[in-house]
Design a protein around this ligand. Sequence first.
Ligand code: ATP
Length: 352
Amino acid sequence: PTKLLSLSFKTGPPFKSLRRPSRLAPPRMDSSISPVRRKDKILVLMGATGTGKSSLSIDLATLFPSEIINSDKMQVYNGLDITTNKISIPDRCNVPHHLLGEIDPEEGEFIPSNFRSLAGFYISGIVSRGKLPLIVGGSNSFIHALVVDQFNADEDVFSTGWNSKSISTEFRYNCCFIWVDVSFPVLCDYLAKRVDEMLDLGMFEELAEFYNPGRVKTPTETGLRKAIGVPEFDRYFSKYPPMMEQRDDDWEWCRMRREAYEETVRAIKENTYQLVKRQLRKIERLRVAGWDLQRVDATEAFREVLFTSSMNKKQKMRPENQKNKKSGRWIEIWDKDVLQPTVKIVKHFLEE
Ligand code: ATP
């Protein structure tokens, strides 16, 4: 992409440092000493939901030959692509993605220890192909499970209180952690808009199809049933089932249904803000524990996206007249504040 030409530094071939060192050690006198294996390098893009991690990962993959492993615990499942906000196939720009919609939700909950094994398996494959594994997604429990040297599946290191556990800084990979951050109020404004856009894209219809009136609810739902949007719309559909005969001539009924719908959308937005708060708390815990998270601030780029979209709305621009998503002032700010600093960090990491 032409925007990448704007990078003010050279992006020479950074890949040789990705290759595994030869396993053949020089001959030694003491044959009992085994060759020391250097840890594989991985890049972890973390941050709250909606901060632009997926878009950044594609930008990076066009510069550094990489493959992406999804670390969003809802996006690992097959189904509900709009509701869980999976990156679309055209937007993936042919970059290989792993663990994105790969797990059958009927096969039970995909837990952090499953992620540790399967993502670990994919990392080995990616490294053997001479590429950089990019771990991209907001589920900090998955990221923690994947990278720590000693993982105990029975321990919730993020629980708070008197028995809260310390978080290890001993890693089984050579990790570069990039934290994409957006200030909380700006991110909430953006997420409210994103929920409206997801509804325009067909989230309601997707959830109507997913709704199963005959299903017996369990006290604690698992897997994809926990995705934000599912429990909220399940409540709505229990009153207004998708197949219900519409009573369009009953004004009062229409008003109540409209109110119930609006309340559902409000709940989805509120639960998304709560998710952001929880994710940020976990990131803070990792940082305090000593994880070297390199923060890049995307707040200004997001402010510009919000400003542009409110101007477009005011001018009632038709979609075909609107500027391409990947153009405009916000992309310049994104390049300057997010992409360029990230590329610099990654280059430095690969050359180490
Ligand atoms: P927790 O320990 O709370 O599960 P986590 O760090 O393991 O947190 P998160 O990614 O923060 O994982 O997900 C927590 C919850 O947030 C999920 O169980 C789900 O309800 C919701 N959630 C996360 N990602 C999505 C998504 N892509 N779409 C819809 N809901 C999501």
